[in-house]
Every structure is written in structure tokens, then in C-alpha cells.
Write a protein that binds this ligand. Structure first.
Ligand code: HEC
Length: 142
């Protein structure tokens, strides 16, 4: 098959190179990984809800979801968990900073949305995903 499809062969040979992962490994305990994964799944749901509300021109509602699910109000909710279950303190400091920055960005969007300043809220909207992308591009947990 490969002699008939040299391009396919080249692709198979190139695959291991393409799959190489240069992201820094964050050595989280398995319990912390489980906490993080659940948080991540909730993040994505919240993000989808925010975008849907913005599209429906319900900016204030979008701001409320952003503040409660992603903003400062959503910080520190793991503090009462045993240390092994808490991803934040186990992260490299720079990774943890990206996470904190994401909470601040969500609160900034929420404040603009709450004030009814639609244009400013829209301008701040991409900041909601910037920290997701920034962290995922730089770090992995396995
Ligand atoms: C501080 C770093 C960081 C930030 C910020 C971050 N993530 Fe993640 N995310 C991770 C890591 C690490 C994983 C891998 C978790 C694992 O499987 O152990 C992950 C995994 C995920 C997953 C896959 C979950 C699964 O099923 O395994 C989703 C979805 C996700 N993130 C969404 C988001 C969204 C949406 C945002 C922004 C609102 C976000 N993340 C912000 C670090 C981050």
C-alpha cells in the first residue's frame, strides 16, 4: 500500500514529529487533576453560556454568569479541600498566574457588562478565552 501511496507513507513517518508535545508538564497529583478536569468542563459550559447570552444581546446576564462561574467570585473555592485535591498550589507559579489572570479578565468583562456598556463588554470578550488558550498552549498535566 505504501509503495502505491508515497504521500501516505511520508505522513506516517512525519506523525511522531507532529505529535511531539513541547508544553511544560505541571506535576499535579491525580486528585488535583480530577478537580482541575471538572473545573475545566464547567469552564467550557460557562463560556458557551456567556457567548449565547451575548449573542442574544443579554449582556448583563452574560456578565453575571462570567462573574459567578469564571470571575473573582469563582476563586478560592478549592481552599477547603485537602491539599492533594487542590490544583492551584501544585501548579508552577507562572501557570497559577495565568489562571488568576483569567479570573480577573472575567470579572473585568462582568463589570463592563453589569454597567450596560455593551461596546466595552464586547471589546473585553476575547479576554475570556485568552487565558484558556495561553495556559493550554504552555502547560500540560499528563
Ligand atoms: C492555568 C491553566 C489553565 C487555564 C487558565 C485553563 N485551563 Fe483548561 N486545562 C488545563 C489543564 C492542565 C488541562 C488538562 C487537565 C487534565 O486532563 O488533567 C485542561 C483541560 C481542559 C479541558 C479538557 C477537560 C477534559 O475533559 O479532560 C477543557 C474542556 C478545558 N481545559 C477548558 C478550559 C476553558 C474553557 C478555559 C478558560 C475559561 C480553561 N480551560 C482555562 C489548564 C488550564
Amino acid at each position: 500500500m505504501c509503495s502505491r501511496y508515497p504521500l501516505l507513507l511520508a505522513l506516517f513517518l512525519a506523525l511522531p514529529v507532529a505529535a511531539e508535545d513541547h508544553r511544560q508538564l505541571a506535576a499535579l497529583s491525580s486528585e488535583a487533576q480530577a478537580t482541575l478536569r471538572q473545573e475545566m468542563l464547567d469552564n467550557l459550559i460557562a463560556l458557551n453560556e456567556i457567548l449565547s447570552l451575548v449573542a442574544a444581546n443579554k449582556i448583563k446576564d452574560a456578565g453575571e454568569v462570567a462573574e459567578n462561574s469564571l470571575g473573582r467570585s469563582a476563586m478560592g473555592k478549592n481552599a477547603r479541600l485537602p491539599f492533594a485535591h487542590r490544583p492551584g498550589p501544585q501548579m508552577p507559579p507562572a501557570m497559577h498566574d495565568i489562571g488568576r489572570g483569567g479570573h480577573f479578565a472575567a470579572s473585568e468583562f462582568a463589570a463592563a457588562a453589569a454597567s450596560g456598556n455593551r461596546e466595552r463588554a464586547l471589546a473585553l470578550l476575547p479576554n475570556l478565552t485568552a487565558s484558556c488558550v495561553g495556559c493550554h498552549a504552555a502547560y500540560r498535566s499528563r
